[in-house]
Structure formats: structure tokens, C-alpha cells
Ligand binder design. Structure first.
Ligand code: SF4
Length: 336
């Protein structure tokens, strides 16, 4: 593995068995699975902000949870810094030094912060559990520094408030501070700004950039929103029903999308100019994303794709190179 690669996933799959009645299982003759992540491979470079984007139900959050050990893969491998970490149970992550290095920032500050704890205690807990501070002074200094870094200033004022005494943006800054308090190398940020007003999203996303430049942190940023993906990301993978359909540099993929699914997502990005929005041609798909239980054969988009051909419902399209470091999986591109 190249020294520049921090995280590598190889043929990663996560299937969840679906409970069925005894009669149904006899009639079907096979077990049914939700194929949340179905054979994805990718690499994340050091100090990179890599984005996985897609609709709800595409498998992006499950992919993030696999990387931080909150889910175990059904098959495939995950490597961190050249070491295979898939297969190491989460209980042993601390022993392997992984718990401090790999963290996750969750999307919903209402659910992820304990309402009965002061901000100080929320941030103190990981430092105490992981035994990374040796005195009360060190604990206090580290928490104050982190609050300053997430722009909760003056930190003494915010440290002794409860989450309900903060605004939505301030709560999300506490969530970011907690994700960063152990000074991790790699952070999965799952929709960290989706609950915030558009006006303050950029301010919170700027924190990721600041932690990257100050401490060299590598991020996986998970989102359904291509506008924020473009704001913060370096490279992007577009995910649909458990598979990557297009990957590449984020500007290139959004300016020059090649896969019909990416085209549909890009054409749905809101534009501020109403006149331009009126003239803008939309690329629309049919219907809604189907359930990942037994997804469509061939290309998974074919029941929704206005460009589908016969082959699309029979055979899965290969991933083809469409530009420098830019790949897409569609029969229209493979036939060129
Ligand atoms: Fe559409 Fe066929 Fe391309 Fe799939 S492979 S995106 S169905 S044209």
C-alpha cells in the first residue's frame, strides 16, 4: 500500500439478514438480505477530505460505520495505515491504539449529546476513559483549547452549559469538539451540518478544513448534499443502492458528471439565481430509490434511468475510466 494512503477498503460488503416467516423462507427457498454495502473498494489519502454522497438508503452511513468499527463487514477488508483492521473486534480497538486515532462525528447533536451533562463533562469523558490526561489541570486546559478551536469563545463560558442552553450551531460545534478531543488522525463526519441552517453550514464545515491544516486530520465526509460536498471535499464517490457509481475529483465530478445518477443529483442542486434556475435543464430519474432488499439485477439504476437499454437490466456495468482519476459505471460509457 502506498505510504500516502491512510485508509483502504477492498471489496467491502455489509448485508443484513431480513427476518421472514418460516413459510416465506420455504416458499422463497433462499434467505433475504438488505445489501446495504455491496462490494465497494476505495482509498483515502492522508490529509484528504474524501466524500461519499448519495440519497438516504444508499449505504453511505453504513460504509462510514464499517470504517470506525461500529459495524463488522460481511466480507471484504479494511486497512488502516497499511494494517488490516477489519476483523479486530471493537472491544480490542483500544488495545491496538485505534480508538484514539479513528473517530466519528454524528449528524444529530440532539441525540448524540447527553442532555444532563455539561459540555465540560461531555468532552472530559473520552479523555478520562482513554487515560490521555494525567492531571485535572491538563484535562481543563485541553478542553478549553478544544472549545476555542471550534470557536466556542470564551471557552469558560461554554464549558459549563448544558446542550439545551446552546444554539443548533453551537451544539454541532460541541459534537465536532468531542470528535476531535482525542486528536484523531482519521474522522468520519456523517452529515455533520444537515440539521443546521444553510447560513451556518459553511462555518461548521470550515472547522474540518482547519483541523486538516492544523493537525493533518484525514476526513471521510458523508452527505446527501453535493453543494457542501463541493465546498469541503477533495475527491468524491457517488453511491447508489450499496455501490459506487462514479468517483473522481469533486470539482470534476460535479462540473462534468458522467453517470446518469450523478447527473440527476447535480441537476437537483439548488441555484440562487431564479432566472437561471428556470432555464436550467433538469435531468430527472423515474420514481424513488427502491429498497436495498434484493436490489435490481444488472445496473441497479435501470428501473429509474431514462437512458436504460436492454443490457442494463441483465448485466452489471463495469467501472470505466472517463478522465484523470475519474471513473463511472454505466453501459453508455463502456460502449464508447
Ligand atoms: Fe442507465 Fe444503463 Fe447507464 Fe445504468 S447502465 S445508468 S441503466 S444507461
Amino acid at each position: 500500500m502506498s505510504g500516502n494512503i491512510l485508509v483502504k477498503a477492498v471489496h467491502l460488503k455489509k448485508y443484513y439478514p431480513v427476518r421472514t416467516s418460516f413459510l416465506e423462507s420455504i416458499l422463497r427457498g433462499e434467505r433475504i438480505f438488505v445489501k446495504a454495502v455491496d462490494d465497494v473498494s476505495f482509498e483515502i489519502k492522508r490529509k484528504e477530505i474524501f466524500v461519499i454522497a448519495g440519497e438516504t438508503g444508499s449505504g453511505k452511513t453504513t460504509t462510514g460505520k464499517l470504517l470506525v468499527g461500529l459495524e463488522e463487514p460481511t466480507s471484504g477488508e479494511i486497512y488502516y495505515n497499511g494494517e488490516k483492521i477489519s476483523g479486530i473486534p471493537i472491544k480490542k480497538w483500544k488495545k491496538h491504539g485505534l480508538r484514539k486515532k479513528i473517530q466519528m462525528i454524528f449528524q444529530d447533536p440532539y441525540e448524540s449529546l447527553n442532555p444532563r451533562q455539561y459540555v465540560f463533562d461531555i468532552l472530559a469523558e473520552p479523555l478520562i476513559v482513554n487515560k490521555v490526561v494525567s492531571s485535572r489541570e491538563e484535562l481543563y486546559d485541553r478542553i478549553m483549547r478544544k472549545l476555542e478551536e471550534v470557536k466556542l469563545i470564551p471557552p469558560e463560558e461554554f464549558a459549563f452549559r448544558y446542550p439545551h442552553e446552546l444554539s443548533g450551531g453551537q451544539r454541532q460545534r460541541v459534537v465536532v469538539a468531542r470528535g476531535m478531543i482525542l486528536e484523531p488522525e482519521f474522522v468520519v463526519a456523517d452529515e455533520p451540518v444537515s440539521m443546521l441552517d444553510a447560513s451556518i453550514r459553511a462555518n461548521v464545515l470550515d472547522l474540518l478544513e482547519e483541523f486538516r491544516s492544523k493537525y493533518g486530520v484525514t476526513f471521510l465526509y458523508i452527505t446527501h448534499d453535493l453543494a457542501t460536498a463541493r465546498y469541503v471535499g477533495d475527491r468524491i464517490a457517488i453511491m447508489y443502492l450499496g455501490k459506487f457509481v462514479e468517483t473522481g475529483p469533486v470539482d470534476e465530478v460535479i462540473q462534468n458528471p458522467q453517470h446518469p445518477y450523478t447527473k440527476a443529483l447535480v441537476s437537483a442542486i439548488p441555484v440562487p439565481d431564479p432566472e437561471y434556475a428556470r432555464k436550467k435543464k433538469r435531468f430527472e430519474l423515474y420514481g424513488e430509490i427502491p429498497t436495498p432488499i434484493n436490489p435490481p439485477k444488472g445496473c441497479r439504476l435501470h428501473p429509474r434511468c431514462p437512458l436504460a437499454m436492454d443490457i442494463c437490466s441483465r448485466e452489471e456495468p463495469p467501472m470505466v475510466k472517463v478522465g484523470p482519476d475519474h471513473y463511472a459505471s454505466c453501459w453508455l460509457l463502456a460502449k464508447r
